[in-house]
Design a protein around this ligand. Structure first.
Ligand code: 4F9
Length: 250
C-alpha cells in the first residue's frame, strides 16, 4: 500500500513515523508514505498557493493550478516506479463519512492520493478535474485535511495483517464486530477497593467470552443504540444476543 499525500504541511506527517503501531509498520515497509507540497509546484516568486474567493466573503481558496501540477507529478512518479495509480481522495466535510466498514474497501487500492485542504476551501475546478471522491471524518470542521488524512491512514494500516502484534486484537477491537468494546482490567486485582469482576479471575474461557459479549451489548445499548440497530440489520446479533437485549428491556 502506498499513500501519496498532498499537503502544505508535510512536517505534520512526521508524527506517523514516531513510535507506535504505525511507526513500526512504516519501518517494516508494510506501507509507503510520500508527501508532496503544492508550494513546490508554483511558478511565481512568492510561491502562491491560495487566493481570495470569487464572489467575495472571508477566507482563502486553494488554487487549482499548484494542486493540478502536484497530482501530475505524483502520476509521473508512480508511472516511473511502475506503480498502479489508485483514487485521488479529498478530505473534506462534504465527503462520505469514514467508518470502520469503509476500511477494507479502501485497502483494496494499492495506492491512494490524499489531498489535504487548508484555508476555507479548494477550487472546485481542481475537484472536478482530479478528485475521485471526498471523505469526511465527521460533522465538524478542522483546520485542514492533515489530521483527517492521518486518522484515515491509521485506521487502515492497523488492519493490515502483521501490523498488530496479535492479529486477533484488531478483530476484537471496538466496531470490528459492530459493537462497542467491553471493559478491560489489569493488575492489581484490588485497586483502592475497586475489584476486578470475578468472572475474569476464574479462567472459564467460555464464561468470560459470554460476559464480554454481554458487556459489549450493554455499553452499545446505553451509549450507541443506533449501532445495535445496524448490527441487527447486518446479521451480527445471535439469538442469545437478542435474548439478552430483551432481558435488558430493549
Ligand atoms: C475534513 C473535516 C474531513 C472533516 C478539512 C476543514 C475536514 C476538514 N472531515 N475541515 N478542512
Amino acid at each position: 500500500m502506498r499513500f501519496d499525500v498532498i499537503t502544505l504541511f508535510p512536517e505534520m506527517f512526521e508524527a506517523l513515523r514516531i513510535g507506535g503501531v504505525i511507526g513500526r509498520a512504516l519501518d517494516k515497509q508494510v506501507f509507503e508514505l510520500r508527501t508532496w507540497n503544492p508550494r513546490d509546484y508554483t511558478t511565481d516568486t512568492r510561491k502562491t498557493v491560495d487566493d481570495r474567493a470569487y464572489g467575495g466573503g472571508p477566507g482563502m481558496v486553494m488554487m487549482a493550478g499548484p494542486l493540478d501540477k502536484t497530482v501530475q507529478a505524483i502520476a509521473l512518479a508512480l508511472h516511473e516506479a511502475n506503480h498502479a495509480q489508485g483514487p485521488v481522495i479529498l478530505l473534506s466535510p462534504q465527503g462520505r463519512v469514514f467508518q470502520q466498514g469503509m476500511v477494507k474497501e479502501m485497502l483494496s487500492y494499492s495506492q491512494m492520493t490524499l489531498v489535504c485542504g487548508r484555508y476555507e476551501a479548494v477550487d472546485q475546478r481542481f475537484i472536478e478535474q482530479h478528485v475521485d471522491f471526498e471523505v469526511s471524518i465527521g460533522d465538524f470542521v478542522v483546520s485542514g485535511g492533515e489530521i483527517p488524512a492521518m486518522l484515515m491512514m491509521d485506521a487502515m494500516i492497523r488492519t493490515i495483517p502483521g501490523v498488530l502484534g496479535d492479529d486477533e486484537s484488531a478483530q476484537q477491537d471496538s466496531f470490528m464486530q459492530g459493537l462497542l468494546d467491553c471493559p478491560h482490567y489489569t493488575r492489581p486485582e484490588n485497586y483502592e477497593n475497586f475489584v476486578v469482576p470475578n468472572v475474569l479471575l476464574g479462567g472459564n474461557h467460555a464464561k468470560i467470552a459470554g460476559w464480554r459479549r454481554e458487556q459489549s451489548l450493554i455499553a452499545t445499548q446505553q451509549h450507541r443504540p443506533d449501532l445495535i440497530e445496524s448490527a441487527r440489520k447486518n446479521g451480527l446479533l445471535s439469538a442469545s444476543d437478542e435474548l439478552f437485549l430483551k432481558q435488558m428491556g430493549s
